[in-house]
Write a protein that binds this ligand. Sequence first.
Ligand code: SF4
Ligand code: SF4
Length: 352
Amino acid sequence: MDNELKKEIINCSRCALCMEVCPVYKVKQTETSVLRGKFLQLLGLIRGDLKYDKNIAYNLDLCLGCKKCKTACPSDIDAVKIFAKVKEENMTLFEKIFYGALMFKIKILFLKILYKVKYPIGRRYYKKTNSTKPNEKIAHFNGCATKAIGLKFSIPSKFEKENFSCCALPFFVKGRLDLYEKYKKRNIDLIKKYDKVVFDCATCFDTVKNYEGIGDELKNKLIYFTDFYKNKNLKSDKKLKISFHKPCHLDNKTFEEIENILNNIENIQYERMEGFDECCGFGGDFFIRHPKTAISLSIKKAENILKLNPDIILTTCPTCLWSLKFGIKTKNMKIKAYDLADFLHNFILIKD
Ligand code: SF4
Ligand code: SF4
């Protein structure tokens, strides 16, 4: 293992601050489901006291990749990166195939069929934006879930149709760092062709913004679609009570902007629900690998939604939307779940 990563493991003071925020620990409540226990096992590997086995592999895999622990950690330890590296070094041929590109497409298809995600008619972004200038070349970042689910985009001619690859986070968390690098490189090359690239999935946005070595010049080209709705005069035809699930990968600044937009739509009553920023539990295909843990988190989320009882619950990541729909269905609730971009496009009028 990389010496820097070894140092990070050794630097863990076992303070357990990450325990408070780890969604997996909240469900499992075991020492090996939280970083303190996982790192003790990794220390055993480093010192040669332990051998990598199914037990260690299972514990490392029991992670949603949500990065909440990194935010809480006083030493800024990047557990997701450490796990990715250990997984890569110990990957079996079966895992290599199971975590490969083809299997990934099959898994997305499976989730699509299972939850019958039906999006409303499409998305449309607006030419007048805050961060774009006339005649700029703009592309939409269509990540894997967007493409696999077959979302239909209604994009003004100003937007170029581009075929981006998956943001590659699913490959990173599984330790397929070769595929992560391949897709990362392809996406970076495509971003270079444009003045701006617009995202509508919080997870893709966070992953691409944080590509190692992306540099400020390219980073400044990346914008979230909500930029198009900032400072606009917005109105809903119907009076609606709305709440929002904050995906783990949605940064706080964009979240604040989203809340501002929702708070300023005429006829919309926006309220934060309890646990608005707690993980929905699905984290890519975590649901397939650890269904019991994922379902517990999804149901907890549904219970919090029910306490507030909005007409509509919104989010801004396709995987979170699957989880919300799953929880709502399980609890037989009448509440509708929509992707924020679809909601703004289909329910909200721009009065200007
Ligand atoms: S990334 Fe999330 S699930 Fe994984 S250890 Fe950190 S807090 Fe827990
Ligand atoms: S918060 Fe950081 S230092 Fe504390 S136990 Fe977790 S990983 Fe270790």
